[in-house]
Design a protein around this ligand. Structure first.
Ligand SMILES: CCCCCCCCCCCCCCCCCCCCCCCCCCCC(=O)SCCNC(=O)CCNC(=O)[C@H](O)C(C)(C)COP(=O)(O)OP(=O)(O)OC[C@H]1O[C@@H](n2cnc3c(N)ncnc32)[C@H](O)[C@@H]1OP(=O)(O)O
Ligand SMILES: NC(=O)C1=CN([C@@H]2O[C@H](COP(=O)(O)OP(=O)(O)OC[C@H]3O[C@@H](n4cnc5c(N)ncnc54)[C@H](OP(=O)(O)O)[C@@H]3O)[C@@H](O)[C@H]2O)C=CC1
Length: 515
């Protein structure tokens, strides 16, 4: 019997960010392994024209929850969606709901965050720092609380090369930042943002670091742990391989590469690609929840959920495997054939951006105009290149994260818990994982049918022929122009032609002699 699964039975669990990528997988695993849990409270806001209830209904009816419905048929009764907006005071939770949350909650998993790299500092502080502070305040009023688990990111200290499982202070106190966001106007915040984030690449990593400081400072008597995952990718094993539902991290780039939009990137092939499957993060999170509540460590423990030091894979190998998978399982209606050029040189990057990205987009838009349609490719390409430029920081560096606490926890688990809540990335086979990831992107993100693969392959063949034709035509035009303008080019041309003629004559003569 799994001790961790038994621990969550009968518990009331509060999850923030439950509608997000990680939150959904966390809920799924909890329901599947501990169907006897009492209730999961989730803080949800209405979004995209859907009420909170409609959002929950959609999640429970998704493929991700198919197995849950078998082991926990009354899952919809055990999930309690509470209207909340983490941008508002007291999260805009009603008095009655707040009362219920405060009096009943046993465990809190705080996953909600803004993960946008370019979010305005005011908004990133509100969600990643102030909301964390408010949630801790709520937690301090929960008499039955056994553990508070805060999800941070391994990149909160990406300005360092070696990162230990400790909290590194930022120069300006989070409280001062929170206060200043209240009275500074947007223009001034924009001006001071680069100074505040310092050598971090974006507001996301900076505010996640501030969030950790808040957790440390406001922990009081709470039983708290922090989990720092690296780049969270599709599921490895559970509930099935390859599940993914958003474009963050590598998923968006896999689509862009598979559809032939992205064919070159400024990336260091030997840099470590510290990807971690979402189900691994969730397994560690649940194990940490159990350990923190049961063993009550004296201080706040931080757990790195990374792959680089135990089972490293580099971007070169990853890119290669992604491309190899496109050969077997191509995406439908690709713009160009998938291809990858990794370069570490900024000038070469600009060259590839012009030749491989912008020029084809301009040509295609010209074709759209000619055929009476609205041009759109240049716009799509500009947005993609902007996204890529934001991700470049992470594919040109390697970090070392120590994992003492994570390894210690692994050794504390029973063999059964090590199996059910497996977070040992040494067992991960990267080639298999990446293939399933690409397949998952095709099925769950692009919603493409596997029956369309032969047609997709046919389409790629047509693109290859168009590519050859286009290049040949381009070469002939260039050559014709050159010949018209340069005596030297003419001489070279006549030399090549006469050489070929002599070669053919010799070949014909020798074959006649043999007869
Ligand atoms: C050697 C390297 C290999 C690469 C070689 C490539 C060459 C060909 C290769 C073949 C194989 C390639 C595959 C290998 C994978 C390499 C991937 C490397 C990824 C590295 C990621 C590192 C991240 C590490 C971060 C730390 C982890 C965390 O803690 S946080 C979680 C991560 N957070 C994010 O990822 C958020 C990033 N997104 C944003 O911040 C914003 O979306 C944005 C600022 C990028 C864009 O915002 P914008 O306001 O413009 O609008 P938005 O509506 O958000 O989106 C605009 C359009 O862009 C699409 N989109 C969004 N995100 C992505 C994305 N990650 N990749 C691609 N496209 C994305 C979105 O759908 C929109 O599209 P349209 O609607 O069509 O306009
Ligand atoms: N994905 C990754 O690669 C990594 C993620 N992390 C961390 O993991 C955690 C989860 O990330 P992930 O699941 O990927 O992120 P998602 O963007 O998928 O999910 C974010 C969640 O936060 C919720 N949220 C955001 N703003 C509000 C708000 N104002 N009120 C209520 N809820 C809100 C979202 O709700 P809604 O659906 O309504 O928008 C959503 O449920 C985050 O803390 C992130 O920093 C760490 C390392 C890597």
């Amino acid at each position: 019997m799994s001790m961790i699964a038994a621990f969550y039975s009968g518990k009331s669990i509060l999850i923030t960010g439950a509608t997000g990528f990680m939150g959904k997988v966390l809920m799924e695993k909890l329901f599947r392994t501990s169907p006897d849990l009492k209730v999961i409270y989730i803080l949800v806001r209405p979004k995209a024209g859907q009420t909170t209830q409609q959002r929950v209904f959609q999640i429970l009816n998704s493929k991700l929850f198919e197995k849950v419905k078998e082991v926990c048929p009354n899952v919809h009764e055990k999930i309690r969606a509470i209207y909340a907006d983490l941008n508002q005071n007291d999260f805009a939770i009603s008095k009655e709901d707040m009362q219920e949350l405060l009096s009943c909650t046993n465990i809190v998993f705080h996953c909600a965050a803004t993960v946008r790299f370019d979010d305005h500092l005011r908004h990133a502080v509100q969600l990643n720092v102030t909301a964390t502070q408010q949630l801790l305040l709520m937690a301090s009023q929960m008499p039955k609380l056994e553990a508070f688990i805060h999800i941070s990111t391994a990149f909160s200290n990406c300005n360092l090369k070696h990162i230990d499982e400790v909290i590194y202070p930022c120069p300006v106190e989070p409280k001062k930042i929170i206060d200043s966001m209240e009275w500074l106007d947007d223009a001034i915040i924009d001006e001071i943002t680069p100074k505040l984030i310092g050598d971090r690449p974006n507001t996301y990593t900076y505010t996640k670091a501030l969030g950790e400081m808040v957790v440390q400072q406001e922990s009081g008597n709470l039983n708290i742990a922090i989990i720092r995952p690296s780049i969270v990718g599709a599921t490895w094993q559970e509930p099935f391989p390859g599940w993914v539902d958003n474009l963050n991290g590598p998923s968006g780039l896999i689509i862009a590469a598979g559809k032939g939009f992205l064919r070159a990137i400024r990336a260091t092939p030997m840099a470590v690609a510290d990807l971690i499957p979402v189900d691994t993060v969730v397994n560690l999170t649940l194990a940490v929840g159990w350990y923190t509540a049961v063993h009550r460590p004296k201080s706040t423990l931080i757990y790195h959920c990374t792959s680089g030091n135990l089972n490293p894979c580099n971007w070169g190998k990853m890119g290669f495997q992604v491309l190899a998978t496109f050969e077997k399982i191509p995406f439908e209606r690709a713009f160009r054939r998938p291809y990858a050029d990794f370069t570490t040189n900024t000038i070469t990057t600009q060259y590839w951006n012009a030749v491989s990205h912008r020029a084809p987009a301009i040509i295609y838009d010209f074709y759209l105009r000619l055929t009476g349609r609205k041009p759109r490719m240049t716009k799509v390409m500009n947005r993609l290149l902007r996204t890529v430029s934001m991700l470049e920081y992470f594919v040109n560096r390697s970090w070392e994260w120590s994992t003492y606490n994570t390894e210690m926890l692994m050794s504390e688990l029973s063999p059964e818990d090590q199996r059910v809540f497996n977070f040992d990335v040494r067992q991960l086979n990267w080639l298999e994982y990446i293939e399933n990831y690409v397949l998952g992107v095709k099925k769950y993100l692009l919603k493409e049918d596997m029956a369309g693969i032969p047609e997709a392959k046919q389409h790629l063949k047509r693109l290859r022929n168009i590519h050859y034709l286009f290049n040949t035509a381009l070469f002939l035009i260039a050559w014709r122009l050159l010949i018209a303008r340069s005596q030297m080019a003419r001489n070279v041309w006549f030399f090549i032609v006469s050489f070929c003629y002599k070669f053919l004559s010799y070949f014909r003569a020798s074959s006649t002699l043999k007869v």
